[in-house]
Write a protein that binds this ligand. Structure first.
Ligand code: ADP
Length: 389
């Protein structure tokens, strides 16, 4: 029986065994926690070997991840890769089929959402339409039985941080999208949770507001220094906001690293093409002693000390294809003029490529422009798609 099958069977039939094991782990961590007392309210998150099955569909496959106290971690990947499911498992909104999650050293795997000390901001904000901004923000405090005066103070302070002080008496329908978004964040902040969980919070905003809110959320997170897990399919959000990016595909973690780690050293061709916009150019071929020979007979430069590597894909970012009279011939299809930079889309042999330059290029459909890859910024991948240099 494979490991995968045994996990599945445990998830389906071994619940009693599984719960017993979880409870014992929890008791141990509670005793240890009591000994540490109030000294530490650390909010590191540990995800250990977690699986999620929906019937026979496995949405999460043996995921383990350590998130440090105060870190801003972004889960990113294409639609259906399992990022929301993982976030919802941390929140307690989805059962965990196998494995454990701890927050601040305490195993929370079986705890209901309200006992996990997390606060979630949803994509659709989920504000109560019949409550004012102040009532929406203070709702959780009311449920907790917080004294009215203290709750009012906390809501007031949070509204101040978010620039909502003048809007406290309005109803959600009287707010713009960005303001609603801020109220949803306010509702999370007011609870002073150990961990913030964001599920695609900017998807419903227009492009300009999204850029503004990106910076606001990042700034706020740094100010509050609260551990944050944030889900998005947008790699630009991930690159601009995260301390650490977790790239997922098909329910597994492909790579974890800082934004620039992932950009400079993508672990495989999937990450290479997913992180970065425009995407990295990936050109198929084989290594020779003179350089990398594409399937269309273009010789791409490789530093001599790397020419022994058995690469089958040559990766080059659009900004590392330089306009050079001695370069390879690129046939232009489209020129996208952005103002501060220009994107040239075209063909190198039969491979579609993109060039990014700060020069203003006067070219059109069918023109041939010579481009030269900068060999020191070339990425090499083997036949499995794994990075080798
Ligand atoms: P993402 O957030 O990356 O778009 P999800 O976590 O929502 O992906 O989904 C991961 C996988 O689990 C997908 O294949 C999705 O179809 C499946 N899935 C999610 N929720 C359910 C559900 N309630 N029932 C069955 N399958 C689900």
């Amino acid at each position: 029986m494979t490991d995968r099958e045994s996990r599945y069977l445990i998830s389906k039939y071994g619940r009693l065994f599984y719960y017993l094991r979880r409870e014992s782990l929890q008791t141990i961590s509670q005793v240890a926690g009591a000994q540490l007392g109030e000294l530490q309210r650390m909010a590191q998150v540990e995800i250990r070997d977690v699986d999620k099955f929906y019937g026979d569909v496995q949405a999460i496959d043996a995921v383990s991840l350590d998130i440090d106290d105060g870190d801003f971690v972004i889960l990113v990947g294409p639609s259906g890769c399992g990022k929301s499911t993982l976030l919802r498992m941390v929140a307690g909104l989805e059962d965990i089929s196998y494995g454990d999650i701890s927050i601040g050293g305490k195993v929370v795997t079986t705890l209901p959402p309200k006992d996990r000390d997390t606060a979630m901001v949803f994509q659709n904000y989920a504000l109560y339409p019949h409550m004012t901004v102040a009532e929406n923000m203070g709702f959780s405090l009311r449920l907790k039985g917080e004294a009215k005066s203290i709750a009012r103070q906390k809501v007031g302070d949070t509204a101040e941080i978010l620039g909502l002080s003048d809007l406290l008496d309005r109803y959600p329908r009287q707010l713009s999208g960005g303001q609603r978004q801020r109220v949803a964040m306010g509702r999370a902040i007011v609870r002073k949770p150990a961990v913030f969980l964001f599920d695609e919070p900017l998807s419903n905003l227009d492009a300009k507001l999204r850029v503004q809110m990106r910076a606001e959320i990042r700034e706020l997170q740094q100010r509050l220094n609260t551990t944050t897990i944030y889900v998005t399919h947008d790699q630009i959000e991930a690159m601009t906001m995260a301390d650490k990016i977790v790239v997922m595909q098909n329910g597994v973690i492909e790579q974890v690293g800082s934004p620039l780690d992932l950009y400079d050293r993508p672990g495989n061709t999937f990450i290479a093409s997913f992180i970065g916009s425009p995407s990295m150019n990936l050109i198929a071929g084989k290594m020779t002693e003179d350089g990398f020979l594409s399937h269309f007979d273009d010789l791409l430069p490789v530093p001599e000390e790397r020419r022994h590597l058995s690469a089958t894909t040559y990766g080059i970012r659009p900004e590392h294809l330089l306009l050079d009279p001695d370069g390879l011939e690129m046939t232009v299809a489209v020129v996208e003029t952005m103002g501060f930079e220009t994107h040239l889309l075209g063909m190198l042999g039969e491979t579609k490529i993109t060039v990014l330059t700060n020069e203003r290029v006067n070219a059109g459909l069918g023109d041939v422009i010579p481009v030269r890859p900068d060999p020191h910024n070339a990425h090499l991948f083997d036949a499995t798609g794994t990075r080798i240099a």
